[in-house]
Design a protein around this ligand. Structure first.
Ligand code: ATP
Ligand code: LTN
Length: 333
């Protein structure tokens, strides 16, 4: 079975950026890659590379699992699981660290950015994070890995690691390809449209959370930072705020940017923002309803158990094979 693999960190309440760049994209990809099985997981091992409160982690892991399932993915071609429940992820991370060069990790922009933001000590886990991520992907011989723009560099490292291992130990890993959406790969902050919309931004007005109330969603969009030019035109450089709202509309409705530009040629910013708000509210309402039904249900736990079982079988086999391949343990007759 061919696999598509991706993960999201339980580091905060899910926002529109992560939803459009990631989860909604999975929904679309399931219709395109109909002969692939999707392995999607909550990357909790990644989340602890920066200190987090225990209660916060527990809550966020659960919320995120429910949201994944509420987003409309086809369950028959999906295994949803929690990364730490599959021991092979930690094992593979260690093995791959022994194939990763310090220089490679030092070049990672995400590490540099996150290390800079850390007030207290920067953990070794944050530094070796890309090896853990490479393991997540290589364990399942993923053919494709859908991610947002910011994960490109990690994907390149994963490919390099796979090729390095393949050159030494005849083709052992599938070299994965990134799948970066054309529209929605980077949804920007509503208050500072040159920065990505992020769950960790201190300013709550910068984002829309999937479970926000309708009036909050409308308020955030109506007060999104734009420019004074009053024409609805896509120009990321000079009109980042309006371009971002157009991207949001396009990612939800599947209309092209050109179509949106044409439809709102004579509209005011006020009217356009109202339409964007309508589109977002309509998109999120059914997700929220399904989420509320799922969050405390047995169905969610059962689905996560099933997902873990499927993933564990594949991952354990692969990591044992890798141990063996590189000469660890005893040779079995
Ligand atoms: P944050 O920086 O917001 O705390 P993160 O970058 O650690 O979060 P994850 O939740 O791990 O985000 O990201 C899950 C997926 O969503 C990744 O593939 C990432 O590229 C994508 N993603 C995150 N934010 C955005 C965004 N604003 N626009 C598009 N895609 C995004
Ligand atoms: N590093 C990613 C989350 C992540 C991931 C993965 C994505 C962890 N492991 C494997 C794709 C495949 C992030 O921060 N967005």
């Amino acid at each position: 079975m061919k696999h598509i693999v991706s993960g999201i960190q339980p580091t905060g309440s899910l926002n529109l950026g992560t939803y459009l760049g990631s989860i909604k994209n999975f929904v679309k990809l399931q219709d395109t890659y109909t002969d692939h099985h999707f392995l999607l997981f909550i990357a909790d091992l990644h989340a602890i590379t920066i200190p987090r409160e225990k209660a916060f982690l527990r809550k966020t892991i659960k919320e995120l699992s429910a949201l994944y399932l509420a987003a409309g993915l086809k369950k028959e071609r999906l295994s949803l699981f929690i990364q730490s429940e599959i021991e092979a992820h930690s094992q593979m991370a260690y093995l791959l660290q022994c194939f990763t060069y310090m220089g490679e990790l030092e070049r990672m922009t995400q590490f540099k950015e996150k290390a800079q933001k850390q007030e207290k000590g920067v953990t070794a886990g944050l530094f070796t994070y890309p090896s853990l991520m490479a393991g997540d992907i290589l364990l399942y011989d993923a053919e494709y890995v859908p991610v947002g723009d910011d994960q490109k560099q990690h994907l390149e490292l994963t490919r390099d690691l796979a090729e390095r291992v393949n050159n030494r130990f005849d083709d052992f890993f599938t070299v994965p390809k990134p799948l970066i959406p054309e529209v929605g790969a980077r949804i920007m902050s509503l208050t500072e449209p040159n920065k990505k919309m992020s769950k960790s931004d201190e300013n709550v007005k910068s984002r829309i959370l999937l479970l926000d109330d309708e009036n909050i969603i409308r308020k955030r969009i109506m007060s999104a930072v734009t420019d004074s030019d009053q024409t609805i035109r896509f120009d990321k450089e000079n009109k980042p705020g309006i371009s971002n709202l157009m991207t949001i509309m396009s990612a939800i409705t599947n209309q092209s940017i050109e179509t949106i530009e044409a439809s709102y040629k004579d509209a005011t910013y006020q009217t356009f923002k109202q339409s964007v708000a309508d589109v977002v509210v309509n998109e999120l309402a059914p997700i929220k309803a399904r989420y509320n039904a799922l969050i405390n249900s047995k169905e969610l736990d059962a689905f996560l158990d099933e997902g873990a079982e499927y993933a564990r079988k594949i991952a354990m086999k692969k990591v044992m094979k890798f141990n063996h391949k590189i000469g660890l343990g005893r040779k079995r007759k």
